[in-house]
Ligand binder design. Sequence first.
Ligand SMILES: *Cc1c(COP(=O)(O)O)cnc(C)c1O
Length: 370
Amino acid sequence: MTSANKIYSLALTGVQQLVPYKPGKPIEELERELGLTNIVKLASNENPLGPGKKALAAIQAALPSLALYPDGSGFALKRALAKKYAVDDSQITLGNGSNEILELVARAFLRPGLEVIFSQHAFAVYPLVTQAVGATAVVVPAVDYGHDLAGMLERVTENTRVVFIANPNNPTGTLLSQASVEAFIAALPDTVVCVLDEAYFEFVSRVETVNSIEWLKKYPNLIITRTFSKAYGLAGLRVGYSLSSPEIADILNRVRQPFNNNTLALVAAEAALSDDEHLQQTISVNAQGMQQLTYGFKQLGLEWIPSAGNFVSVDLRQPGQPIYEALLRKGVIVRPVGNYELPNHLRISIGTQAENQLFLQALADTINNV
Ligand SMILES: *Cc1c(COP(=O)(O)O)cnc(C)c1O
């Protein structure tokens, strides 16, 4: 055995086989590779308007205090969240992105021999956190690209410890009715921790939702995760949170590192929460951009998966990877989703009107030339 292989053999089995998460291509990387400028990135469901003014002002004001450790309890941000969502501070866990919350769940609740249920085409982090701790992933085939909740329920065994549901799901954008999600949680044994990932919650129109937070009163095994990365435009700062029973929050807080949210992230998220104008503008730009993109797809004779998020996956009826690469050469970064078992789709994050237009033009030029 070579010494490099020997080192790998020392890692946990799950880690040895782990293929790391592949993020959207950073703008700077494409600039370096192709010497392009004016690159349009519609690849990571980021807010095309950027952060709001209130968040930026809060960051500016906090800069002089950067020599001090952050407030490890996140007191002020938790207070603001508790007030906004009418929960107790003790029900909140702050994460370095909601991604960290998903990891904390795995660390706190999983081990080899336990099973985790999630859907085909569901968010890529669920299999990663499951495998990293050596638990067994149970992937349930999707129906019409969305979660088959009945199928997921059928796969529950005495070894099931965690279920992940993304609503809306990324990368498909599929939305489950609130009634079907609640019926699912009600039917789950109370020994199964149910993670309801609502990273795109803010984009879902009020008409289609009742407040899932209400369910926390009935289901102490429920964890709702949300984030400041998408609608709030703070992806670079890494802040997410979960709402749960105080017991689950206590468990998650035991395994998180003491200063997992930095000072700028804490103050910016708190300020962003009160910036309703920016949020409403974001939602409105997203709705208009969704119309613009889907109209463009229609013109090109392409179908797409109807999406409740700030992105849409389009069916190219041919392998997506070469189209993705051709778009890169035109300075447009989107997201191939072959790793989600969607080899003929590309996922496009909704941009500004000008960005959407550039993308549609590049797509039209590309598919007419292959
Ligand atoms: C983007 C995303 C997240 C995590 O985002 P963070 O930046 O870590 O908060 C979680 N779940 C889904 C479904 C996502 O698309």
